[in-house]
Design a binder for this molecule. Structure first.
Ligand code: MIC
Ligand code: SF4
Length: 641
């Protein structure tokens, strides 16, 4: 039987396990990336592992999230990251050099290789034919230390693209269309492979826009073939030598095949507050827009911004609109400047922001009260923009630029002229924003600088055989890690300070949660479907653990979050009977007994007010051992790497 692209890469990196969907496989990881908001915890974990130097082919620490330095905190974190990276053999991408996924695509990603990153959009590199996964910081640390990365072998989905995009319709519209079809949990447990005759016309950055938003589907990862388009992109980056072709076999078998006819697609828009709340742009064209943001790891490539510049050229944005542009990398920015496109952007009235995540993670540029904000980003979760009542819509750069000019949501297909751009044959290469680590000798005596913002890594409790707990919070479906541990300019600087962060846990759902959880011995959280979707931030597990949460019971979990819960020593359990969700109320006492046996048998009984509730705990032997040890760090300390 033929193999899919993902099965080929997994087979080539398989350390243990069998590749039947649902069973655990251990993968050898070639490359790792971290970003600053999750990186500090990852490197604190690496330091705790007592490994002198990383063992991967390439590891890199990016600084792109926390670049607003409103106090000493971010600067402390950057200094810590730079010095720890230098000592442990990790490259360091300086603040301002660009968004991790965009820079990685341009300068480091390689077809056929594996990559894990402490950021949920790491699958962006799938646009190059790389098998790339978002992971918690502890898992990335373990991979840097030479350990395997464990995933549940996913099912294989194939999206078949036929036809060709019409002018004004973009890769972002393909991403939104698949979200409309599958929803934010439609990709859970699956790898999404993109193929079909429509693929050849998509550039690598366009493919990367699509693999990037596979994260919003809950997919394990997404991947494109590596073909002549990939080869040409790598050659234009001066990296032709990094090219290896990868295709699915003609007789590869997929669990699900979805067809999208590109010629029939029209511009799409995701409405507040979920990326799968998708409509056509045309049907919303009466909505007035206050703010437009163009950038993020989804849509900040040179081609994206050249198209934006071509739409804006010679025109002014509507007076009531505020437009921001954040180029994805210094390479993009300097090339825009050299060819004059930056001038066209600025002359339109746009505001230029740093090459960083910026507004995407609420680091500045929050909308006005109740404001309508059109963003080329990937997430529009409630409150993520920094304004609780902001109405955030997700669109393509073309829709964003056309709307900024008219001041109303505008379908770019209605523009008088479609932007025609010419891509340069060669990208401008300047890797001076990436610092090389120290050599092994110099590293031995190098000091790691730790400002007062760097606090200790919290340690979990070993899992007892019985827990007498209480439901400290009951929440609904699709709770995101932004609900659990919000980001934004006020809190993000404290990502290496768990005690401080804990004051904001679940702030959007229930501001009284932190105090209540702290006062309760053995807190239990009750969630609905797809609990923990979104960001890979392990803070969404470490902080509840710090507040005394021992167990999360949900109808179902998102992949990265459930791994983070286990790594933090929190027991994840799913309701055997979804109806029991209604029987459990916030504040009720809940006792778990014979936990150890239950963990082995995969089924456990809880008692709440005399009622018995059956809970599933699908854990591998390794995961059980991690929980018994009290989390991944303790498990590794006991020789578990
Ligand atoms: C995000 O887009 O939510 C983030 C911020 O990049 C996160 C990582 C984090 O919370 O630091 C992610 O996607 O994993
Ligand atoms: Fe940064 Fe936004 Fe991408 Fe997350 S989704 S990595 S915050 S640009």
């Amino acid at each position: 039987m033929g193999k899919t692209i993902a099965q080929k890469i997994i087979a080539a990196h398989l350390l243990s396990g069998d590749m039947t969907p649902g069973s655990e496989v251990a993968l050898r990881i070639d490359q790792t990336l971290t970003q600053d908001a999750t990186g500090t915890m990852a490197y604190l974990a690496l330091e705790g592992m007592n490994i002198p130097r990383v063992k991967t082919e390439l590891s890199i620490a990016y600084v792109d999230h926390n670049t607003l330095q409103c106090g000493f905190e971010n600067a402390d974190d950057h200094q810590y990251l730079q010095t720890v990276a230098a000592k442990y053999g990790v490259r360091f991408s300086r603040p301002g050099n660009g968004i991790c996924h965009q820079v990685h695509l341009e300068r480091f990603g390689k077809p056929g290789k594996t990559l894990i990153g402490s950021d949920s959009h790491t699958p962006t590199a799938g646009g190059l034919g790389m098998l790339a996964f978002g992971a918690g910081g502890m898992d990335v640390a373990a991979a840097m230390g030479g350990g395997a990365y464990y995933i549940t072998m996913p099912r294989m989905f194939r999206v078949n693209l036929t036809g060709a995009l019409r002018p004004g319709v973009t890769a972002k519209d393909i991403s939104l269309e698949i979200l409309r079809i599958l929803s934010v949990k439609g990709g859970v447990g699956a790898i999404i492979e993109w193929g079909g005759p429509g693929v050849a016309a998509l550039s690598v950055p366009e493919r990367a826009t699509i693999t990037n938003m596979g994260a919003e589907l809950g997919a394990t990862t997404s991947v494109f073939p590596a073909d002549d388009v990939t080869k040409a992109f790598l050659a234009a980056q001066g990296r032709e030598g990094d090219y290896t072709p990868i295709f699915a076999d003609a007789d590869a078998v997929y669990d699900r095949v979805i067809d999208i006819d590109l010629s029939a697609l029209t511009p799409r828009i995701a409405c507040p507050h979920s990326p799968d709340n998708v409509k056509t742009v045309a049907e919303l064209n009466v909505i007035k827009v206050d703010q437009v943001c163009i950038g993020s790891c989804t849509n900040s490539s040179l081609a994206d911004l050249l198209k934006v510049a071509a739409i804006l050229k010679g025109k002014r944005i509507a007076p009531h609109v505020s437009l921001s542009i954040s180029p994805g990398s210094r390479q993009v920015l300097s090339m825009l400047a050299k060819c004059g496109a930056l001038e066209d952007i600025l002359a339109s009235g746009a505001r230029l922001l740093e090459c960083a995540c910026g507004p995407c993670i609420g680091m500045g540029f929050s909308p006005n009260s109740g404001g309508v904000s059109l963003r080329t980003f990937n997430r529009n979760f409630l409150g993520r923009s920094g304004t609780r009542d902001g109405q955030v819509y997700l669109v393509s750069p073309e829709t964003a630029a056309a709307s900024a000019l008219r001041g109303y949501i505008t379908d770019p297909m209605t523009l008088d002229a479609q932007p025609a751009i010419t891509m340069p044959e060669q990208f401008a290469i300047d890797d001076s924003g990436v610092l090389m680590p120290l050599d092994e000798e110099a590293a031995k005596s190098a000091q790691v600088l730790r400002g007062p913002n760097i606090k200790e890594f919290p340690v979990g409790k070993t899992m007892e055989d019985s827990i007498a707990g209480q439901v400290v919070l009951k929440v609904g479906d699709n709770i995101t890690t932004d609900h659990i541990m919000p980001a934004g300019a006020k809190i993000l600087p404290y990502r290496s300070n768990i005690p401080f962060l804990s004051k904001f846990c679940f702030e959007v759902c229930d501001p009284a949660f932190p105090e209540r959880a702290k006062a309760t011995e053995n807190g239990i959280i009750l969630g609905g479907e797809n609990y923990g979707q979104g960001s890979s931030r392990e803070h969404a597990a470490l902080v509840p653990m710090y507040l005394g949460v021992r167990c999360v019971i949900a109808k179902s979990f998102a992949r990265i979050h459930v791994a983070n819960l286990i790594n933090a020593g929190i027991l994840p359990l799913t309701l055997e009977n979804a109806a029991d969700y209604d029987a459990l109320e916030q504040g009720c006492a809940l006792t778990l007994e014979n936990i150890h046996k239950g963990m082995e048998e995969g089924i456990l009984t809880a008692t709440a007010g005399g009622k018995k509730i059956t809970l599933r705990c699908d854990l591998t032997k390794r995961q059980r051992d991690i929980l018994l040890a009290g989390g991944l760090l303790k498990y590794i300390g006991e020789g578990g790497l």
